[in-house]
Design a protein around this ligand. Structure first.
Ligand code: SF4
Length: 305
């Protein structure tokens, strides 16, 4: 993470793509959906979920090829030499028939402008078949599998309606990592976590960090909880059922969290973007620079790093 004393995502990407000084994500929606919304695991989804709030392409009617053309054109206009990490971002991008997964992934990897593929998904959408497919395709170009965890506390996962447990996340990771060395280290693993979930204290955040230290992955995204209009979480927040951390509390949490992670784990980000017309709170969450400054101050205060 640029500006912070953690292993940066940029350096992780330079290791993954040694021929590239810089690689950027190009976000794609291939039309996959989510078992926590379609009734397979649940119908309500995660309480904080509105895919449009965290992915600019969610729900697009454009084909993957059109999205790639547009996304790569936008990137190259600003950064002509940047490599391209195609990123299947919204919903659960390993949730589908095996032949459809293969067709989508192969079509993206076959594009010679694409250097690698990142795939966001849930742990309960990863099985041996998905693992074997990804390890096979990673022989062609690097693959990053982003597994949503959010919290390692099952009580929290139940409260926010995630529809899976921490043990299921560990099982999904183990498909790629048990019997180290990994069968194919080019399938890099990433975890998503949220600090500030209802009912959690900074001690719970540290529990999640210790869980990730015990089940290490190559990179982690840390987000503050965003309360998005129209979600169940927004109703709970408006009823006063939980309080959000202040910027300083969040920053201290990030400092402690990152200090517990292995030094080899890259921190991709410590902030997220929700369009301002969708965000109810916290007001500080859109100011990435202020978050970085606060995390640096917290690191100094705690003597970490
Ligand atoms: S797993 Fe992702 S897409 Fe599915 S309900 Fe939760 S946040 Fe939404």
């Amino acid at each position: 993470m640029s500006g912070l004393p953690f292993k940066s995502y940029a350096s992780f990407l330079r290791e993954l793509f040694p021929g590239r000084k810089e690689t950027r994500k190009v976000v794609l929606d291939a039309g996959f959906r989510c078992p926590n919304l379609d009734g397979t695991r649940g119908t309500g989804g995660c309480s904080y979920c509105d895919n449009r709030s965290f992915s600019p392409v969610a729900g697009t009617r454009k084909s993957v090829a059109e999205q790639l053309d547009e996304g790569i054109a936008r990137l190259k206009a600003k950064r002509p030499d940047a490599g391209v990490l195609a990123y299947l971002q919204p919903w659960s991008n390993t949730y589908g028939a095996p032949e459809r997964l293969r067709a989508v992934y192969e079509s993206i990897l076959a594009d010679e402008r694409v250097d690698g593929l990142a795939i966001g998904t849930r742990p309960d959408c990863v099985d041996e078949g998905v693992r074997d497919l990804l390890e096979e395709l990673a022989e062609r170009k690097p693959i990053v599998l982003e597994l949503g965890l959010q919290s390692a506390n099952d009580r929290t996962l139940a409260r926010i309606g995630r529809g899976h447990t921490a043990a299921e996340w560990a099982d999904a990771r183990a498909l790629f990592r048990d019997g180290t060395p990994a069968k194919n280290p080019r399938v890099s693993l990433a975890a998503h976590v949220i600090l500030g979930l209802p009912g959690e204290t900074p001690e719970d955040w540290k529990t999640t960090a210790r869980f990730l230290a015990a089940h290490p992955v190559e990179s982690v995204k840390i987000h503050p909880l965003h309360v998005v209009k129209g979600t169940r979480l927004a109703e709970e927040w408006e009823r006063g059922e939980f309080a959000l951390p202040t910027l300083e509390e969040y920053a201290r949490g990030v400092a402690e969290f990152a200090s517990i992670l292995p030094r080899s784990t890259a921190v991709e980000r410590v902030s997220g973007e929700t369009p301002s017309d969708m965000l109810l709170a916290p007001a500080w969450s859109g100011d990435r620079n202020a978050i970085v400054r606060a995390v640096l101050a917290a690191l100094e205060e705690t003597g970490r790093f």
